[in-house]
Ligand binder design. Sequence first.
Ligand SMILES: [Zn+2]
Length: 223
Amino acid sequence: MREQEAPTPEPGRGRKREKAGDQDGKISGKALGRMVEAFMRFPGIGRKSAERLAFAVLGMPKDEAAGIAQAIVDLKNSSRYCTECNNITEDEICGICRDEKRDRSLVCVVEEPSNILVLEKTGTFRGRYHALLGALSPLDGIGPEDLKIEGLMARLRTGGVKEVIIATNPTVKGETTALYLSRLIKPLGITVSRIAYGLPVGGDIEYADENTVQRALQGRREM
Ligand SMILES: [Zn+2]
């Protein structure tokens, strides 16, 4: 049993194997193959990264690997969407929605709950959020009824919200969604704003694409 455990990954050998194994995949062992397939389900993880992660798991002490597996199970068992804003929470209502110190008159709309985490890290936004759980994409058959738009409108209709900041992604889907929402929300007499586009902080104009530079120019502000 022990001898079969944890072959130490050798960088040189691993690289060779990846190149040679393009066709039939030289990974041996069903469990290892399943682990690789499992990692490939994660966003941004291709076969090579998945193999590297799988070998990293193999190289771990057993209890550490078991801890990771348990963390996945616990996350799935204990997490749910906030009934108010669709943030990830372990309770019915998330901590942000429960926080009475947060400004109720300001709602920031994002595509995914993970975006809330990013915005919260800035520590500058004191309003509340609403995650749509996706973006409009007519080509993929994703329409308004597939997103949490009705819940948002219900929140807005109860009153008290003065401004909605639309922080969907600067992509075709995100823009389509932003435009759709703005048309829906404005008739309620609520100010609709869109997050600014610009150059990455610490970046160099030289390396920015034309669209980004154009958006940064359009979004300029007086100093
Ligand atoms: Zn919430």
